[in-house]
Ligand binder design. Sequence first.
Ligand code: FAD
Length: 477
Amino acid sequence: MRSLVWFRRDLRVTDNSALAHAAERSTDGVVGLFILTPGQWRLHDDADAKVHFWLQNLQSLSQSLAALNIPLRVVSCDKFDQVPKLVCQSVSQFGCGDVYFNAEYEVNERSRDAQVTDALQSQSIQVHASDDRVIVRPGKIKTKEDRPYQVFTPYRRVWDTLACDDMTPLAIPPKQPKVDLKASKIPTELAGFDFSAARPDLWPAGEAEVDKRLAKFKAKIGSYGTDRDIPSISGTSQLSPYLAAGVVSPRQCLAVAIGRRNGSFTIPSATGPATWVSELTWRDFYTDVMVNAPRVSMHQPFKRSTNKIRWRDDPDDFAAWCEGRTGYPIVDAGMRQLNQTGWMHNRLRMVTAMFLTKHLLIDWRWGEKYFMQKLIDGDLAANNGGWQWSASTGTDSVPYFRIFNPFSQSKRFDPDGKYITRFCPELGNVPAKALHDSKKLADSVGDPTMNYPQCIVDHKFARQRALDEFKRIGDAH
Ligand code: FAD
C-alpha cells in the first residue's frame, strides 16, 4: 500500500514519527503533502518572518525527501475548512491507502484534524496520528485526583519520570520505492505576507543548520544556567524557531542534555543541562495547559478573576511600546530586537511583557497578539503561557506584586549596556551607569539631538497603579 505523510509543523526527516511509521509500513512508496493555508495563518496572526521560515524549510524538506524517493506535493487553500476536501483529493490523486500525521494540539488544528480523519475514514482510508510535538503528550501527566497540574514544579517531577521512556530519536527512514510523481515547486511569495524584511542570514533553514546549532549549544550547555540571562551574549540555544516549525524534535533537543546510567537515560542534575531541560519542560507544560484549559488560547485568562482588571485603552502608549520608544532603554532594546530580527531573548520577553501589562497596564492580549505577529518562533501555547505568566493572569504565573523594575533588570543583566546600545545606538554615548538610572538618563536624553524619548511613565507611579488595580480585584491573588 502507498502512504501519504501530511507534514505540518514537523518539517524534518530526522526523528519524525509520522514519516518513520509510514516508511516502515508502506509497501508501494510514500508521498509527502503540505497544505498552504494563508487565510488561516493570517487569522492566527502568524508572522511574516515565520511564514517565510516555513517556506524556506519546506524547500529544504523537499530536497531531503527527494533523496528518499518521496516527492513533496504542496497544495493550497485559504482556510482550514477546505482542508478535509483537499486531503481526500490528494489521497485519491496519489493512489494512497493510508495517511500519517503528527498531532497538533491547538483548538482549530484539532478540529481540522478531526474533520480530516472523519472524511478519510468515510472513504475507508486509514489514519495514523502520532504524538511527536512535545516530549510527554498533553493530558498524560495528572495529579493523584486525576486532574491536570496547574503548578509547574510538581508537573516537572512527574515529567522527569516519563521523559526518557521513549528516548531514542528515530533515524532518517531508508530510501522508498520510487513513485511516479514530481515534487511541487515551493513558492517563494505568498499573497498577504510580506517577506521583504525576512532575515534568513540569522535563521538559515534546514536540518543541517539544526545539527550545527545543537552541536554548538552542546559545547556550551554547562554555562547555560548563568549565561541564559545575559542578552548581549549568545548563551541560549536559539533553537526556538526550529522547534516551533518542527525542523528539530524536542527529543533531539533532550538528547543533547541527558546522561546515561547503567544503560538507561537520566535527567541531568548539573546546573546547565538541568536548567535547559526545565525550559523544554515549560514548553510541554504550556502545551498541556492549553489542551486542558483551551480557554487560554481563546483570549481568556487562566485565572478568571483577572477578567475584572480594568486595563487601560491607550493606543498611543501601546504604539510607543511596539516601536521601542518608551524611554526605558532595556524595554526599547527588546522591542527593537523583536522588530528587527523576529526573535527576542527570553529575559527581554519577560521584561517587555511585564512592562506592557504592569507599567502601562495594557491588556496582555494586545501584547500577545503583537508578539505573535512578529515572532519567527511564535507558538500559541508558549506565547500565551509567557504572556499570562508576565501579566499574573496565568497558571503558576508571577505574583502580581513582583513587578520588575526595568532599570534594575538592565543593571543586573546588561551592566555595560552592550545589548541596549546594539539596538538603541543613539544611546551609544550615554555612560553605562546612566542607562540604569532614571535621573541620570533623564539628564542625558534631555539633549534633543539624541532623539531618544523621556520615560513614558514614572516607575514608582506605574508600579503603584498596577498594585492598586490588582488589589482592587481582590480574590485569587
Ligand atoms: P533556550 O533557552 O535555548 O530554550 C530551549 C527551548 O525551550 C526553546 O527553544 C523553547 O522551545 C523552549 N522554551 C524555553 N523557555 C520556554 C518558556 N518559558 N516557555 C515555553 N518554552 C520555552 N517561546 C516560543 O517558543 N514561542 C513563543 O511564541 C514564545 N513567546 C513567549 C512570550 C513571552 C511573553 C515569554 C516570557 C516567553 C515566550 N517564549 C516563547 C519562551 C522563551 O522566551 C523562548 O522559547 C526562548 O526565548 C527561545 O530562545 P532559545 O531557543 O534560545 O531558548
